[in-house]
Design a binder for this molecule. Structure first.
Ligand SMILES: [Zn+2]
Length: 305
């Protein structure tokens, strides 16, 4: 996309009433999406022609091949059957206001089926997934944990437990407070599995600190990793706060999460936490991502059991 930005009136804030007043109809929402989608200029998806005429519902019609494209076509908001305004409301709630919405609550609140709500919420989580373009730098603490069922003791990490395993990394700011958090599901606690969070989210120059788990040792060849004894939770305080939050959030709202879906919930958690100092623009950021990311079909999201 070209970098020609027009002045678009970005929605800022976390106030529900302001949001509902601003996005009072499907029409307004589609205009907003069209401004995001074609902010860098129009290019026909079929023939690459750049001239267009505007059609109904903010569609654009290529003046050369007559292909018509809607603001939602090919995006994560493709074919939203229950109306784009409701979709905006759900996106706003999931990003700016409510931390813990279940698919059943959303279904009731917006008069849609639970399945429709579940699917759309997973699309929103897809939009929330990190671009991985800004790896964590500076001081980064890394640890692993399990979700679901009774916990293992800290020592002797089990390789074969049925519990879902997660590796979590926290980037600290100068005041030793949480700046950003990323977490990923892993198959086991081996170096091979632990490497995923390093590859995706940690800069090779970051100063990483872990406990003395041997799984981190082989990674020292590629990353700057310092291992320190875990002082019964007295060190790694911020990391343990993040882990505690993630666990209790998943336990409270999604008591049973299929392992295939855990990463989506973790992406949702990170998206909100990592933008907590830019809360005002969180909805807009999400809307941009929903437009930039390609459409996913139900079957691509549904777990094949
Ligand atoms: Zn065309």
């Amino acid at each position: 996309m070209l970098e020609i930005m027009i002045d678009m009136d970005i929605f800022n804030g976390e106030e529900l009433l302001k949001f509902t007043e601003r996005f009072s109809s499907d029409e307004v929402c589609l205009k907003y999406l069209s401004d995001i989608k074609w902010n860098g200029g129009f290019e026909c998806r079929k023939c690459k022609h750049t001239k267009f005429s505007e059609g109904r519902k903010h569609q654009r019609c290529c003046t050369l091949c007559k292909h018509i494209e809607s603001p939602t076509a090919g995006t994560l908001l493709h074919k939203v059957k229950f109306g784009i305004r409701k979709a905006f409301m759900i996106m706003f709630e999931m990003s700016a206001t409510t931390k813990s919405l279940s698919a059943s609550q959303v279904a009731k609140r917006y008069g849609i089926t639970r399945k429709t709500a579940w699917l759309f919420m997973h699309k929103v989580r897809k939009g929330m997934e990190s671009s991985q373009s800004f790896p964590m730098e500076g001081t980064v603490h890394v640890d692993e944990f399990v979700v679901g069922g009774k916990e293992d003791g800290k020592q002797g990490r089990s390789y074969h437990s049925k519990k879902k395993k997660v590796v979590c990394a926290v980037e600290l700011n100068d005041d030793e407070k949480i700046k950003r958090v990323y977490a990923l599901r892993i198959e086991d606690f081996s170096a091979k599995s632990l490497r995923s969070i390093f590859t995706k989210h940690i800069d090779s120059k970051a100063q990483v600190i872990t406990d003395e788990w041997k799984g981190y040792r082989p990674l020292q060849a590629d990353y700057c990793i310092k291992q320190v004894p875990s002082d019964k939770g007295n060190n790694f305080k911020q990391l343990h706060i993040a882990i505690h939050q993630i666990k209790s959030w998943i336990r409270t709202n999604y008591s049973w999460v299929h392992k295939e879906h855990i990463d989506k919930y973790l992406a949702e958690y990170s998206f909100r936490i990592n933008r907590s100092i830019f809360k005002d623009s969180i909805f807009h950021k999400l809307a941009e991502r929903m437009v930039a990311k390609p459409h996913v079909a139900y079957l691509q999201i549904k777990v094949s059991n």
